[in-house]
Design a protein around this ligand. Sequence first.
Ligand code: UVW
Length: 329
Amino acid sequence: ERTVPVPDELRAAARKVSNWGRWGPDDELGTLNHITPAHVARATALARRGAVFSLSVPFDADGPQGAHGYRRNPVHLMTLDGGDHDVAERLGGWGGEAERQVSELWRGPMRFNDDFIMMPLQCATQWDALAHVYYEDRLYNDRPAGTVTSFGATRNGIDKVAARGMVVGRGVLLDVVAHRGATHLEAGAVIGPEELEAVAAAQGVDVGTGDILLVRTGWWQYFRSTGGSGAGGPGISWRCAEWLHEREVAAIAADNLALETSTKEFPGVTLPFHMLALRDMGMLLGEMWDLETLAHDCAEDGVYEFLLVAQPLLITGAVGSPINPLAIK
Ligand code: UVW
């Protein structure tokens, strides 16, 4: 048997948390529909001190993909820099159309540098789009798997979210590391819904409709401090799906590689929380966010809520997007 069937328990959970049809047959935003203009307006009031925290890890060759099998860290290349100008002046030009264009520009006082980057869209701080993970040939809202082709995602792509400027609202940090009194969670640690509930209660923060939930596991900090080891991530259990569904959470992100635990909760089934969240609930998943500085600030002032702005890029048909999320307190 090549295919491990969907376990009964997971299928039962899928039925409970499914949002297919909830926002109409054409919906491609999923649980982001929980964020209404009223939610956004209320969230802006959380930017009280004007303190801004970038939640992005660096996009560079030392990135988190050192711990990943099938992705690569970004390759950043310069296409033009000051050295080209110096060489052209000392040794003569490059010849051809390139020289004609550039030397025309260099006759004036303006100088410039250009670059580009090659990278998987999901190699560092990012959102998984709803078209990223599916099973039994269906994507979120009963779309056929064939709607994603080599031309990209014709349905449920990240562009649908980006075009609407959807990912802004009330962010809530649940600092599981601090709650456990640890520096980081051990590889494969599992965070269940009971623990999310306990952390929220201990921090004195509620989690409700339209919130964007951030979960700190300490993985990113640990990965950085150990010089790149750290495959086998701590993370949330598939059992958190129902808890998030009941609270009408809009999206969830964490500071680890895959958001959910690397522990196999069902034999032969990889990423069961992804299956429920992306395909059945229609919930964006954020991975590899740097929550360290924000967590320290929250511990200091005891405020675990903030305005969160985390827009994906408008990349047509993409199944994920790099982001530089901002928390503003
Ligand atoms: C997979 O690797 C399938 O998913 P993610 O990048 O969201 O962890």
